[in-house]
Design a protein around this ligand. Sequence first.
Ligand code: ADP
Ligand code: ZN
Length: 679
Amino acid sequence: MPADLLREVWGFDGFRPGQQEIVEAVAAGRDVLAIMPTGGGKSLCYQLPALMREGVTVVISPLIALMRDQVRSLREAGVAAGALTSGNTEAETDAVFAGLREGALKILYMAPERLASGATVPMLRRAGVTAIAVDEAHCVSQWGHDFRPDYLRVGELRQALGVPLAAFTATADAETRDEIVARLFGGAAPQVFLRGFDRPNIHLAFQPKDGPRRQIMDFAAARRGQSGIVYCATRAKTETLEAALNAAGIPALAYHGGMEAEARRAAETRFQREDGLVVAATVAFGMGIDKPDIRWVAHADLPKSIEAYYQEIGRAGRDGAPAETLTLYGPEDIRLRRSQIDEGLAPADRKEADHARLNALLGLAEASRCRRQVLLGYFGEDAAPCGNCDICDSPPEVWDATQPVRMALSAVLRTGESFGQGHIIDVLTGTATDKVTARGHDHLPTFGVGREIAKPQWQAILRQMLGRDLIRPDPERHGGLRITAAAHPVLRGEETVTLRRDLVTRARQNPEVRAQVSEEDAPLLSALKAKRRALAEAQRVPAYVIFPDRTLIEMAERRPATLDEMARVGGVGAKKLESYGAAFLEVIAGEAPEPMHPARRALAGRGAGALYDRLEAAARDLARGVDGTEKPLSLSAGVLRRIAIDRPADLGRYLDAARMDRFGAAFAAEIAAESAAGD
Ligand code: ADP
Ligand code: ZN
């Protein structure tokens, strides 16, 4: 039953990992807390059960724009859904209330603010609400930055209605989880589902900064026409990048927390709707974005922690199609992130934890084995080398750098742990600058010990030492480098240090681009996208509401020639087949397909469709009897459809006496043949 709905309504062939168990638990009316990575397919886990259950499921979701898109997508798929938000027109609100009164609505999206009104609970009770789903359930956590006070009322709503509640979030840490249980479920333990963190379709890559503007521009230019996000550490940088991208002919927008709310919303809407737009943004961008076909995410600056990195790259490729990422980092990033932590107001143990999260990200940046193994390892998952990261693509060369690292540590110590990277390198390479001679550092035993190594290579060594947290900028000494406890075993000769050869030479090469389809299928894919854009614009909906990229890619590759074949493409449900099947077939075949009776179309792509065609042919042959001389008898498409689905042993319940006489034997033979062939 769930699998049938999945096929019929969404056009999906199977569940994503973890979805089925959650769907079954929610449909059975259990209290559920599901933690799934972004893009894991959470929405389906409450939408599908809503169709299986009696009555209305009310969905609490934090963002109006997001709700509206969800409702539009559901309606496109033929599901009776509506939303009550402050963004509604009066007519929209009236239509929702009418739907509720008539018992027609299955899914009602509601902004949490609504819960503040005393009229809401009685209204929902009258409407026959039988389940509650809570999207982005971590918004109930007071300690996260997504806190929404109105979410605290959701627990009261559950109690007042006495119905099961299913909560969904991508935020997995144990504290947030406990808070969700306490506040949404009143402490009564829900059934918890924790889905793995892997997003195998996302390609992972890091590069040290080496002309970062050019690195980002090259990456974006190579992916012209694809939607992407560039995360920047500062507002100013989002604006300069926006200008640079536009000047290079790549349509781009800036987005940051300093913009007016209105301008921010306009940017979100445009990004959501348009294909191939790039947003240069601070981390303020993301929460309001539910675009499944973001093809790439680049970090112009290092994120603040491994968790932030994971969340930000996770916005790419939610549709499951290949997506790419590139994260740039350099010593200035490390200094900036360290000082942000040190200068923050958090208590000391929290600061130490934040340094550790940054260290984990730096470890990932400087990794010498599969990045996905390192990333998943941090989240406690084991994995094999992934074959989809820059290190799997071309493993880095490593070398024993113990000796140079000890030289650098010694230079840091002997200069009193008060100087920055430039000065330390001057001392190591024996460069007698004014600053070096003024402090007498040219008389130190370490002066010039590292002459053999060129300055750029020293920079790479120090960057990697920062990355390993062997040295750290000290906020008390204006960012002068000091040695951490991790460096002591190296200094004592108890540990060796293996570093990567500098990657800068490799970073210069043009980033490799992955095409969405083979060269041969590319023109068809563009044509399908053009059709999608035209349909989306005509209906003023985002392109992916018509079909996601993945569906168009499959169409371009499989080239369905009939509505039956079209119905087998992933993402083509019954309603979408009806709305768009013919239009896209026309793009593929160059001509419109034969029209199909709606009763027959409802069977497209299923075994019953083939049986229907044979029954119809038999009925046509026998319309005037075996010898073609008798009174014409016809059958309605609806009856043919029922017979094709039910395959009755006794046709007498479907056909009157005359028709039984005329068609019964032939139909029985077709049914027997179909059943023998299996479905
Ligand atoms: P989340 O809310 O977990 O980030 P969504 O619910 O938005 O993810 O789903 C992400 C994308 O995956 C959507 O485009 C959705 O249509 C698609 N999707 C969900 N479930 C399936 C499935 N079983 N098969 C194919 N695609 C799916
Ligand atoms: Zn890998």
